[in-house]
Design a protein around this ligand. Structure first.
Ligand code: NOJ
Length: 544
């Protein structure tokens, strides 16, 4: 079986903001289906869809009320089937998001649990506990929600009295499942089979390190690191779940499990990609890394040492868009520092130059690569969304201290010179669910297709070369001697194929132009050379 995930270019499609087929201002599956030829032309091998299931959208679809359906605003199961079939006929694989840590509070199991009352089997599928203190009016422990505020909400019992509390590591509308409960395990195994059986090629596992909890629900100590002693993050018992999921995936040839495992410690991360567990994990250390040669090299080496197929990710729907981030004085990213970053306006021109260089660097590395929709257009983080339009629960739960993630989720510009830029069909009854900056007129797919120097044309060229050069994608890599501010490496075909050659990648992160190393021909550069030299913040692909 061809191990496609080892080298695939995977496009992250955020359904709400990709393309609106019916004019209601929200992206949908018919809209995505219409644009599949665009993605085929871009040259991607797979699409990862953010959650497309029925959801009250308290957390943009990460609050699922039915794991086997399609959100009516997005379309129908028939639309999903048609989309999967059509993507396959274009040679594109489909990955769906599964959210096993928590459901929506509108999920049937949760409404049943509320109605069934304390001590019931229905409540055991979640984490219901009496409160502490007189009258039980204090949360059962000191855990905080990742979105801000306490991780517990108190319910009113069916008889109208103040009742138990339930756990939600994210928003109150996202109650956490109790993975110690056998019916929860059985349910998700069935959900996996449901989607694999419909022809889906991969599952992205949301919040993959958080599923299991210490059933004693102890208070957490400040700064307690994830690991076996942590009450809910990266506990050893989570691996048992992934071993059984892997056995299911293996029943369907070519299907993969991809973990969203946000852990700082590479040794702990490596355990998730042990044989018999997940195929790959998202590379958050790379995504968070500053635009700095030494730091990048350290993260690249650490990633390759994991001993599993590497993934390379520059951005996603949870983080600031790369063009904005790379244009700031501090180019690193971490979730807990987002609130500070937004205060830095950023230099979009500098950020764009660096994002172009980063794109070529990233696509030359050994492994698979993720492209978050709009990254290929060089869209920036929209920082001036009016407060009343913001939808991210992070914004609300931190009382606006953290701007949240809406700025990276603004609907894509496709064509034309003013909003909705072809996102919705002509004559659409509604405006896009978040406003698009008018300056995006120069960043539409249409405008960038016509502009040889655009980000889109760079991504198209890079993906075409990456796909056709046997040295790129999966395979060996070796560093070349270079100044500490320069990243230079060779990629060689894994097996010697007659007529194929190595590809040499050089990224100049220094403040001065550099001489290119020896090469036969130039394949692609992220920006023009100056007097034959590679300028700062520029990457070149060379044939040797
Ligand atoms: C990670 C997802 O990427 C994010 O968007 C979501 O809010 C949380 N998990 C909770 O599901």
């Amino acid at each position: 079986m061809h191990k496609w995930w080892r080298s695939a270019a995977i496009y992250q499609l955020y359904v709400r903001s990709f393309a609106d087929g019916n004019g209601d201002g929200t992206g949908d599956l018919p809209g995505a289906r219409e644009r599949l030829p665009y993605l085929a032309g871009l040259g991607v091998d797979a699409i990862w869809f953010n959650p497309w299931y029925p959801s009250p959208m308290s957390d943009a679809g990460y609050d699922i009320s039915d794991y086997r359906g399609i959100e009516p605003v997005f379309g129908t199961l028939a639309d999903a089937d048609a989309l999967i079939g059509e993507a396959h006929s274009l040679g594109i694989r489909i990955i769906v998001d599964v959210v096993p840590n928590h459901a929506s509070d509108q999920h049937r199991w949760f409404t049943e649990a509320l109605a069934a009352g304390p001590g019931s089997a229905a409540r055991d599928r979640f984490w219901f506990r009496p409160g502490r203190g007189p009258g039980g009016d204090q949360p059962p422990n000191n855990w905080q929600s990742i979105f801000g505020g306490p991780a517990w909400t108190r319910v009113t019992e069916p008889d109208g009295s103040p009742g138990e509390w339930y756990l939600h590591l994210f928003a109150p509308q996202q109650p956490d499942f109790n993975w110690g409960n056998a019916s929860v395990r059985a349910e998700f195994e069935d959900v996996l089979r449901f989607w694999f059986g419909r022809g889906v090629d991969g599952i992205r596992i949301d919040s993959g390190a958080l599923l299991t909890k210490d059933p004693r629900l102890p208070d957490i100590a400040t700064g307690q690191p994830p690991g076996p002693a942590h009450p809910y993050s990266d506990r050893d018992d989570v691996h048992d779940i992934y071993r059984s999921w892997r056995a299911i995936a293996d029943e369907y040839p070519g299907r993969v499990l991809i973990g969203e495992i946000w852990l700082p410690d590479a040794t702990r991360l490596a355990r998730y990609v042990n044989p018999g567990e997940l195929h790959t994990v998202f590379n958050f250390p790379y995504l968070s890394c500053p635009w700095d040669a030494a730091e990048l090299r350290r993260v690249i080496d650490q990633t390759l040492a994991l001993g599993a197929p590497a993934t390379w990710v520059l951005s996603n729907h949870d983080v600031d868009r790369i063009v904005s981030r790379y244009g700031r004085a501090d180019t690193a990213f971490s979730l807990d520092r987002r609130r500070y970053f937004h205060n830095f306006p950023g230099d979009v021109e500098l950020g764009t130059r660096r994002a172009r260089a980063a794109a070529l660097l990233t696509m030359a590395l050994p492994g698979s690569v993720y492209i978050y929709q709009g990254e290929e257009l060089g869209l920036w983080e929209v920082q001036d969304i009016a407060d009343e339009l913001r939808q991210d629960p992070i914004w609300r739960r931190t009382n606006g201290a953290d701007p949240g993630r809406d700025g990276s989720r603004v609907p894509l510009p496709w064509s034309g010179t003013e909003p909705p830029f072809g996102f919705s069909p002509t004559g659409a009854a509604h405006e896009p669910w978040l406003p698009q900056p008018k300056e995006w007129r120069d960043l539409t797919v249409e405008a960038e297709t016509a502009n040889a120097g655009s980000m889109l044309r760079l991504y198209q060229d890079a993906l075409r070369i990456r796909r056709s050069a046997p040295a790129l994608g999966d395979g060996p890599m070796s560093w070349l001697p270079a100044a500490p501010t320069v990243l230079a490496f060779d990629r060689m075909p894994a097996t010697a194929v007659a007529g194929t050659s190595a590809v040499r990648c050089v990224a100049n992160l220094s403040p001065t132009p550099i001489t290119l190393p020896p090469h036969a021909t130039m394949l692609l550069t992220s920006g023009p050379l100056t007097d034959g030299l590679l300028p700062p913040d520029t990457t070149a692909w060379l044939r040797v």
